[in-house]
Design a protein around this ligand. Structure first.
Ligand SMILES: C[S@@+](CC[C@H](N)C(=O)[O-])C[C@H]1O[C@@H](n2cnc3c(N)ncnc32)[C@H](O)[C@@H]1O
Length: 189
């Protein structure tokens, strides 16, 4: 018998699932139906900071792109955006019409982005999921491929450090979602 389409997974119900399945297990099983219920806040915040902070939107990486929350919002500002996510390719394709690159934080730590150049990396509701012990290497790899990193997070974490390659330039908050803009201090020859 045909099954009804599975209901989108809402971020507000995610915490118990993380506890049950682990982050990787959860997204590996549910990534295709992931939706962020805070998408309207993400959109408003992105529009506000991209304009106020004069972000270069010519070649944006949407890191851990989910179902395209950041990509769709920035497209409204005529940004060129590509997405990376190891688990949500089907959801991202369905909503944006674009393929994701299925790279994980570990792949990036191992140098998967080496030699690329983005104008801006945006990571929304995801960088706090990276293993804290790997965050310095991950941050440093990102600082080698982009002059700017915009983090949206409903948490205080992650706060990046100067010795990891990033200097905090701007910070603001909208309805308990923080936006932090970092500038790379890494010289890339
Ligand atoms: C809460 S969702 C955020 C998605 C989207 N950026 C948003 O704002 O709604 C977290 C995202 O991190 C991705 N993710 C989980 N573990 C990851 C890993 N080890 N490497 C890269 N991305 C990962 C998930 O697939 C998921 O899309």
């Amino acid at each position: 018998m045909p099954q009804p389409p599975s209901k989108p997974v809402l971020a507000s119900s995610i915490r118990p699932k993380y506890d049950e399945l682990g982050v990787t297990g959860f997204y590996a099983s549910s990534g295709a139906t992931y939706r962020n219920p805070h998408e309207a806040i993400i959109r408003r915040l992105l529009h506000q900071v991209a304009l106020e902070w004069d972000c270069d939107l010519s070649n944006v990486l949407d890191l851990a792109c989910g179902s395209g929350e950041v990509t769709l919002s920035l497209r409204e500002l005529e940004a060129t955006v590509s997405g990376i996510d190891p688990f949500t390719g089907a959801a991202y394709l369905e909503r944006t019409g674009l393929q994701t690159e299925p790279l994980s934080f570990d792949d990036i730590c191992a140098g998967a982005l080496e030699g690329r150049r983005y104008s801006l990396i945006v990571c929304s509701f995801a960088l706090h999921l990276a293993d804290p012990s790997k965050l310095p290497v991950l941050a440093h790899q990102l600082a080698r491929v982009s002059p700017a990193l915009l983090i949206l997070t409903p948490h205080k974490r992650p706060a990046l450090k100067l010795e990891w390659g990033w200097e905090l330039m701007q910070e603001t908050m909208l309805e308990r979602v923080r936006a932090r803009l970092y500038g790379s201090v890494v010289d890339v020859e």
